[in-house]
Design a protein around this ligand. Sequence first.
Ligand SMILES: [Zn+2]
Length: 184
Amino acid sequence: MSTKFQVVDGWVRGARCCESPNFNQRPLQGDISLLVIHNISLPPGQFAGDDVERFFCNQLDFDSHPFYQEIRGVEVSAHLFIRRDGELVQFVSLDNRAWHAGMSEFEGRDQCNDFSIGIELEGTDSQSYTDQQYQVLSVLTQAIQHAYPEISAERITGHSDIAPGRKTDPGEAFDWLRYRSSLK
Ligand SMILES: [Zn+2]
């Protein structure tokens, strides 16, 4: 697999586009200096179907699964989503503020959505991510770092690190060493 991505005007060439309304402008335009890794699967632990995309686009049928009562009416979206097979989906321009981190803090600065890019991996905290996901995440991260050089290696973090006690993703299943060592 030889994946190549390029960020052009906030959109990743090579990603499938699925535009979400769950974003707004960043308070400081161009202030993009943090990358946040998440996981999500809907229903939790199930990797078939398109319910994550529906959820991020406010088109999920909340009556279609009992778990969805817990997220009924919630309006969120990451910028990007990497499916189990490595397919990349983009919901929000990287130049805009996607609603992915919620209450959060990184190195003394809160409201991480203001200055971060959020990537969701399709998965759970405890199930190994796929080789395709690591491969795509690595190439994607390097393309993002090229476009937004303030995102240094030290400014790549997990949702659980910026919202401790509230969030656990990407979980113990995520191999940070493998990911970090894959970045040039
Ligand atoms: Zn998260």
